[in-house]
Design a protein around this ligand. Structure first.
Ligand SMILES: [Fe+2]
Length: 396
């Protein structure tokens, strides 16, 4: 069904393939840039990935203006301002983010500071408050999960006030996303699993969101089918470039989907569990996904049933009576979670993840204030959150 009104926006150029990184100088040149600042982190350096980035510039007129490789996992306003200073000192004219969620969000934050010429990021917190044109930003993801290379969202910590600042603006969308399988080949199995489940959650929550639309649906469906065929292989045979490239594409597609439809209760609970019990985002998604689907069953039975097609494949879908499809989707999601966890030792419940049972009340209270609940089909009260959390404490 076509909604009475919707918007969809995805201007990110996608460059995907083996050695796609070699296109970096060309892409910069196309945007009139010749002196990029590269933002990355110590993990990327340690994994030896910067050699692929640097070698791309070997025989080109584009020179790397500077490299910042100390982005912390939970980036803050201070870090963003420090990097913006490096950008100015080195007369850079563009940004390249190489990494997982943190270097990408940090680069988006640096872009705000540079382009708006203001060191106070707080002024731009919220929705669509960025007015000046942004500098060219190219993103090279080194994990397959966040989808940040194709989203208009960034989250940066304000350590002084102890809050996470969310920024949403179409201006934050990168100009180019480069998916090169060499950049994810060495991601450890448990991170591959958790980030892959994050991507799956983006796609599934996008498809049942109140803000879904036909285009976000198309991206979500495509992402789920690719994840079905590749996630377990990526965990067990991580050195296969074809599988890694497939997961990178699925993660990006899921990012495009949820950037245009938002996510829901699984993310709401996950953000709260991250804040209260410091459970990594992907792991929280993996734990909560089946529970979130179950929770939305009453309002979204048909849509959850439709998800069986990409999640289980055509034969299974056609052989399942329509009435049973939603339940089977949940069972298939649990099956996938179990298989992936068995392959890498990822915890499957809050208890296994060593969350203290006494923390559940605090997690429930924190989740109630999460913005993702605004677009979740089913409303969430404290008692509902507790029921969900208690279920996820013990059960897959
Ligand atoms: Fe997520």
């Amino acid at each position: 069904m076509i909604p009475s009104y919707y918007e969809f926006h995805n201007p990110v150029k996608i460059s995907s393939g083996n050695k796609a990184l070699d296109n970096l100088p060309y892409e910069l040149d196309q945007m009139g840039a010749s002196r990029p600042l590269i933002i990355t982190d110590a993990g990327v350096v340690k994994a030896g990935l910067m050699k692929y980035v640097k070698s791309a510039f070997a025989s080109s007129n584009v020179v790397i203006g500077a490299i910042y490789d100390q982005t912390p996992p939970d980036s803050s306003m201070d870090v963003v301002n420090e990097i913006a200073e490096i950008y100015r000192e080195n007369k850079c004219d563009s940004l390249i983010a190489v990494g997982g969620g943190s270097p990408i969000d940090t680069a988006k934050g640096v872009n705000i500071v540079i382009s708006e010429n203001s060191n106070d990021l707080r002024k731009f917190m919220g929705a669509e408050l960025i007015k000046k044109p942004m500098r060219p930003l190219i993103v090279v993801p080194t994990t397959s999960g966040t989808g940040s290379e194709a989203t208009y969202v960034a989250v940066i910590a304000d350590k002084e006030r102890n809050v996470k600042m969310p920024f949403t603006s179409y201006s934050l969308l990168p100009k180019v996303a480069i998916l090169d399988p060499r950049m994810t080949l060495t991601v450890p199995a448990h991170i591959t699993a958790a980030t892959g489940m994050d991507a799956l959650t983006h796609a599934m929550e996008s498809y049942i969101s109140l803000q879904k639309n036909p285009l976000s649906d198309a991206y979500a469906f495509a992402a789920i089918a690719i994840i079905r065929d590749n996630l377990l292989s990526a965990v067990t045979k991580g050195n296969d470039p074809k599988v890694r490239l497939a997961m990178a594409n699925a993660s990006l597609m899921a990012g495009v989907a949820f950037s245009n439809s938002m996510v829901g209760v699984v993310h709401g609970l996950g953000h709260a569990t991250g804040a209260v019990a410091h459970i990594p985002h992907g792991l929280a998604m993996s734990i909560f996904l089946p529970h979130g689907l179950k929770y939305n069953l009453k309002k979204r039975k048909d849509m959850i049933g439709q998800l069986l097609l990409p999640l289980a494949g055509e034969d299974f879908y056609l052989n399942t009576p329509k009435e049973e499809r939603a339940q089977k989707t949940i069972e298939k999601a649990i099956e996938m979670k179990k298989a992936v966890n068995a392959a890498c030792g990822l915890p499957g419940t809050l208890k296994e993840a060593k969350v203290d049972f006494d923390q559940l009340k605090s997690i429930a209270n924190t989740a109630l204030g999460d913005g993702t609940l605004l677009v979740n089909p089913e409303a969430l009260e404290f008692s509902d959150a507790m029921t969900l959390l208690e279920d996820a404490y013990e059960n897959y």
